[in-house]
Design a protein around this ligand. Sequence first.
Ligand code: CP3
Length: 343
Amino acid sequence: MENSRFLRACRREAVDCTPVWMMRQAGRYLPEYRALRKKYSFWEMCKQPELAVEVTLQPLRRMEIDAAILFSDILVPLEGMGAGFEFIEGRGPVLDHPIRTAADIDKLSIIDAREVVPFVMEAIRMLRRELDGKVPLIGFSGAPFTLASYLVEGGGSRQYQHVKTLMYAEPELYHQLMVKITEVVISYLSAQIEAGAQVIQLFDSWVGCLNRADYYEYVYPYSRKIFQTLSTFKVPMIHFANQASTLLDMVRDAGGDIIGVDWRIDLDTAWKIIGDQQGIQGNLDPIILFAPISEIRNRVARILRQADGRPGHIFNLGHGILPTTPIDHAKAMIDAVHEFSAR
Ligand code: CP3
């Protein structure tokens, strides 16, 4: 297993071909996922280890994907902190009561993930048995800023008005919230690694709404603390920041063995910024999967040319796969990565 092409690429060692997986690979573009979702709610699927295991394995039965990512959601540990969510069809999770005041923040508990979300660790243990060394298992967490945004906005957001207002108008409160979330993320990821996650990814999906100075003051110290604390485990860590081309050098410095980039920046430009001490993950625009397969193959080839055979490239989409994506197109992408990068 230590010799899988995915883990080798994480360590920037030579590989037989470039490993590839897809963010959101366990999900709605698969009819077998939608069939299960007719019977169970989204939270039920996150909380029942047998269901989470099944959904994690679904994409691997159809495609030659080089890693499994645990089926769960970044909001699962937040619920454990005392923030209740309702899952609204077509909109996603919405908070019963957004966290905006000192009293709201006081009420959030710092949890021990092993006790509060044991079903996640159980799913990981079961998955390691099921995967039986075939491909490595990725665990994940939302990054503190993305989680804080969800809590303060109360759901998805366009302008991030409430979380940025908290940051600018009441910075002490904002920092209190980030300190709590950071503790929880460390507990949550440590527990996943101890349960058997072989790689972890931190998703900072919403950090692109910040300028450089604000990233440095309000986000960087927390993400950095997570990577520094978890580095004692010696498992590879992926740091994905979405819409963050302008922040990339600081994202790199915050930590992660592999830096995930979206599709808005050319992979070779991004890699120049990241330097040669860390690897890179990315970065096909998920909407290219709606183009004809010949065009998908062209675009895969272009990214691989930009990577130029350097060790430490993990191929991925630049963000999550969309629910209406044709499965044969996703499969064509995966196959093209392996075909064109075979050494
Ligand atoms: O990558 C994977 O396959 C692992 C599973 C995973 C899910 N969500 C499953 C999911 C991961 C890593 C996430 C991360 C996540 N969740 C993020 C950040 C990651 C990113 O995309 O940048 C965010 C912001 C969330 C919160 C969330 N969960 C939203 C906003 C939504 C609704 C929007 C949407 O895409 O439908 C969800 C629901 C969700 N999370 C689904 C899945 C498969 C769809 C649930 C369903 O309707 O069946």
